[in-house]
Design a protein around this ligand. Structure first.
Ligand code: PLP
Length: 367
């Protein structure tokens, strides 16, 4: 069987380095907000090309706390509108609702699956304050156009970069386009911890400073609370794991790209639509194909030993959590959710395994 993502085997590559890092933390006697976090924040900011990275407990908190910080700084207030893609993972939308802001769903482009700039422009009202583009599946949204729209309408931009560590357009990386960006280091992400972790990147000193307080009870100084903050810290053990894995991220992206190239060159079946890549910026967090007979294709691959997943089976507006949207129609998202299928891709999937998957895809529905 070829599993969708073999995390055990991925982390086994770095077993000795991870154990050394873990031992260093155990022996330090310092487990929260210490040297490992500081090192990771510096190195991750430098990797993204930003002035700051602020570690938090997970990717959802990275998005929630950035919007909260903007409220604390007087840039947002309850009821302001935030434009977000209608086909994103639910976390992007939860971050907006959690701050008493209003998510405005905007449909994606059917070829890139990322938010469509023309439709953003049409959705802007007097209440719009933020655009929250998502670099879905590992490909940057159309950031040059989005930043241009934001500038013309005086809007803030919060990138959801949870799936796009290292993706770039013209050398400018995910996390360094908007006013701030949220990253997740959930174990299955391209840069994954061995537990939960997240970070915000930004070039804004005041925002970074506010976030450092918000993640720590609203406090810079012990027992002195500036904001009604939360406890959302990236602990030393996870920071140490990320310090190891950050150094291997670029080589892993190169491998993901080789697998993706093999799929794109090898898969040739009129029933299957391949992903498009703009400017080769894709880091292939997931390799998403489309097929009108998606469920049949998934079953066929499973019968032949290939595990696939669906990102995502239910669009946000059809979720019970957002019942008020259930009757609304977002036809492009609905089509995407009905047809997408993610093939295995990872730093340890071999080209031989990719060839096996390609052959099966090409034989699907062939007489
Ligand atoms: C994973 C993910 C998140 C949330 O990250 P967690 O660390 O799981 O909280 C947010 N947005 C997108 C697009 C994601 O893929």
């Amino acid at each position: 069987m070829i599993p969708f993502l073999d995390l055990k085997a991925i982390n086994a590559q770095y077993r000795d380095e991870l154990i050394t890092a873990c031992t260093r933390v155990i022996d330090s006697g310092w487990y929260i907000n210490g040297n490992e976090l500081e090192q990771f924040e510096q190195d991750f900011a430098s990797y993204c090309g930003t002035k700051h990275a602020v570690g938090v407990a997970n990717g959802l908190d990275a998005l929630i706390l950035t919007l909260t910080a903007w409220k604390e700084l007087g840039k947002l207030q309850d009821g302001d509108e935030v434009i977000v893609p209608s086909n994103t993972y639910i976390a992007s939308i939860l971050a907006i609702s959690a701050n008493n802001l209003i998510p405005i769903l905007v449909e994606p482009d059917i070829t890139t699956y990322n938010i469509c700039p023309d439709k953003i422009e049409a959705a802007i009202t007097d209440k719009t304050k933020v655009i929250l583009p998502v670099h879905l599946y590992g490909q940057l949204a159309n950031m040059p156009s989005i930043m241009d729209i934001a500038k013309r309408h005086n809007l803030l931009v919060l990138e959801d970069a949870a799936q796009a560590h290292g993706a770039s357009i013209d050398g400018q990386k995910a996390g360094n386009w908007g006013d701030a960006s949220g990253f997740s280091f959930y174990p299955g992400k391209n840069l994954g911890a061995l537990g939960d972790a997240g970070a915000i990147t930004t070039n804004d000193d005041e925002l970074a400073n506010t976030l450092r307080a918000l993640r720590n009870y609203g406090s810079h100084e012990k027992y002195k609370n500036l904001f009604q903050g939360v406890n959302s810290r990236l602990d030393e053990i996870q920071a140490a794991m990320l310090n190891v894995k950050l150094h291997h991220l670029d080589e892993e992206i190169i491998h993901r790209r080789k697998i993706a190239e093999a799929y794109i060159e090898g898969i040739d079946n009129p029933a299957i639509i391949l992903p498009s890549q703009q400017d080769k910026n894709h880091v292939w967090h997931v390799f998403v194909i489309r097929c009108q007979e998606r469920d049949a294709l998934q079953n066929y691959l499973a019968e032949n030993g290939i595990q696939t997943l669906i990102h995502y089976p239910i669009p946000p507006h059809k979720q019970q959590a957002y019942e008020e949207w259930n009757k609304l129609s977002y036809p492009i998202s609905e089509k995407i959710h009905k047809e997408v299928l993610s093939l295995p891709i990872s730093p340890i999937l071999t080209l031989n395994q990719a060839q096996e998957i390609i052959q099966l895809c090409n034989n699907f529905r062939k007489k």
